[in-house]
Write a protein that binds this ligand. Structure first.
Ligand SMILES: *Cc1c(COP(=O)(O)O)cnc(C)c1O
Length: 375
C-alpha cells in the first residue's frame, strides 16, 4: 500500500483549463457526425483566430510542429537553403527546418528579451539564407521590426514561432500578424489548447493558398483526387476545433487570471538577490505563459537545478529552460563553431514556475516561499 501523503497537494507546472463549453462543443461535433477535417467549428476557429491575430488567413493544423513545417514548405525552402533559428527554443523549431532538407543556422538571443538578437542574425546570414524563424520565447515577443529590417530588403522570409505567445503584442500589433507567417501550438501545456493542434497565420494570399494545398495531400482545389504536388496530411479535426472555439470564448479571462498570477510572483520575487524575473519591455506586451526567472548561483548559493530539486521535494513542479538545440546529437556537428554565450547562460540559469489559471493564490505563495527559503 502507498504511504499516506500528507501536506498540501502537489502543484503541476502546467494544466489545461477546460471548464467552459469545451466538453459541450466537442460533444456537439460528435453528434453532428462532422468529426474529420471539415465542419463548422473549423471554419469558426479559423475566422476568429485570424481576427485575433489581425491577419487575412489562419489555417488550423494538426500541431505546432506541422504548422512550422507547412509554412517553410509553402515558402519553398529546401535542400541547400539555410534558415536562421535560435538554439534556445523547443526542438521543433529546428526540426521543422531539417524536415525540409534545409540547414538550421543557430544564432544567439538577447539578454533583455531572450529572443533572437538582430545583430546575431545579421552575422549568421549567408547567400543561402532563405528564412529566419524568431521564437517569441516564454511569451515575450521578439524584436520583429528590427528583424524585418534585416530580412525584408534581402527577400528573406521572417516566420514567427508563436507557440508560446498567442495574443502577445508588439507595438500594439498581435503576434502571428507581424511577419511573413506566424505559427502556433495548442498542445496541452500552452495558453490555449485542444490537446494537440496548431495554426498558421499570414496576410499573403498566395502563401495561404499554397499552405492549404500542402495541408491536405496536395489535392487540387479545382479537381478532386488530383494531386499536382506532394502534400501532407496536416489537418486538424472538427472535434479539436470545437474545443479551441470554447477556449477562444474564454481566452481573455484565462489570460487575465494568468496576469494576476504573474503580478503576484513579481511582487514577491522582483528584487530578491540573485533572481531576475523576465523583463517587461517598452512596446511589447508578453503573454503570461510560464513565469520565468534566472537563478544566479553565485549570489544565491544554489544552482537552478538545486532549486528545481528542492521545490520538487515540496511537491512544486517547475521547468528548467530548454537545453540548447545546437547541442543535440543531430545538430552538434554542423553547429560545432557556434558561439552562443547568452543562450548558454539563460539555458543554465532559467527556471519556469507554474502560472496556469487553476492555481490558487496560496499555491503561488507556496512556490515563492519555497524558492526564497521562507517558511
Ligand atoms: C510547443 C512548441 C512547438 C511545437 O508544438 P507542438 O504542438 O508540440 O508540435 C514549437 N515551437 C515552440 C517554441 C513550442 O513551444
Amino acid at each position: 500500500m502507498d504511504a499516506v501523503r500528507t501536506g498540501p497537494p502537489p502543484v503541476p507546472a502546467a494544466a489545461p483549463d477546460l471548464d467552459g463549453n469545451e466538453a459541450a462543443y466537442a460533444a456537439a461535433a460528435v453528434r453532428s457526425s462532422w468529426i474529420s477535417s471539415s465542419g463548422a467549428f473549423l471554419d469558426r476557429f479559423e475566422r476568429e483566430f485570424a481576427d485575433l491575430c489581425g491577419t487575412r488567413h489562419a489555417l488550423a493544423v494538426s500541431n505546432g510542429t506541422t504548422a512550422l513545417h507547412l509554412a517553410l514548405a509553402a515558402l519553398g525552402i529546401g535542400p541547400g537553403d539555410e534558415v536562421v533559428v535560435p538554439s534556445l527554443t523547443f526542438v521543433a523549431t529546428a526540426n521543422a527546418v531539417a524536415y525540409t532538407g534545409a540547414t538550421p543556422v543557430f544564432a544567439d538571443v538577447g539578454t533583455a528579451d531572450w529572443c533572437l538578437d538582430p545583430d546575431a542574425v545579421r552575422r549568421a546570414l549567408t547567400p543561402a539564407t532563405r528564412a529566419v524563424i524568431c521564437v517569441h520565447l516564454y511569451g515575450q515577443p521578439a524584436d520583429v521590426d528590427a528583424l524585418q529590417r534585416i530580412c525584408g530588403p534581402r527577400g528573406i522570409a521572417l516566420v514567427e514561432d508563436s507557440a508560446q505567445a498567442p495574443f502577445a503584442t508588439y507595438r500594439d500589433r498581435p503576434t502571428g500578424g507581424l511577419a511573413t507567417a506566424g505559427t502556433f501550438s495548442f498542445f496541452g501545456n500552452k495558453v490555449i489548447t485542444c490537446g494537440e493542434g496548431g495554426a498558421v497565420t499570414t496576410d499573403d494570399d498566395a502563401l495561404a493558398a499554397r499552405m492549404r494545398l500542402l495541408r491536405s495531400h496536395g489535392m487540387s482545389p479545382d479537381r478532386r483526387y488530383w494531386h499536382p504536388v506532394i502534400g501532407y496530411n496536416y489537418r486538424l479535426t472538427n472535434v479539436a476545433a470545437a474545443i479551441l472555439c470554447a477556449q477562444l470564448e474564454r481566452h481573455r479571462p484565462l489570460l487575465q487570471r494568468r496576469r494576476e498570477i504573474f503580478a503576484r510572483y513579481e511582487a514577491r520575487l522582483a528584487g530578491a538577490p540573485g533572481l531576475r524575473v523576465q523583463a517587461d519591455l517598452p512596446g511589447r506586451r508578453r503573454t503570461p505563459w510560464l513565469f520565468s526567472v534566472l537563478v544566479d548561483e553565485e549570489v544565491r548559493g544554489e544552482s537552478r537545478d538545486d532549486v528545481i530539486a528542492r521545490l520538487a521535494d515540496a511537491g512544486l513542479d517547475t521547468r528548467p529552460f530548454f537545453p540548447l538545440v545546437h547541442g543535440f546529437p543531430p545538430y552538434r556537428q554542423a553547429a560545432a563553431g557556434a558561439r552562443l554565450p547568452v543562450s548558454e547562460l539563460l539555458s543554465r540559469q532559467g527556471l519556469s514556475l507554474p502560472a496556469h489559471p487553476g492555481l490558487r493564490d496560496d499555491d503561488v505563495d507556496r512556490v515563492c516561499a519555497a524558492l526564497l527559503h521562507e517558511r
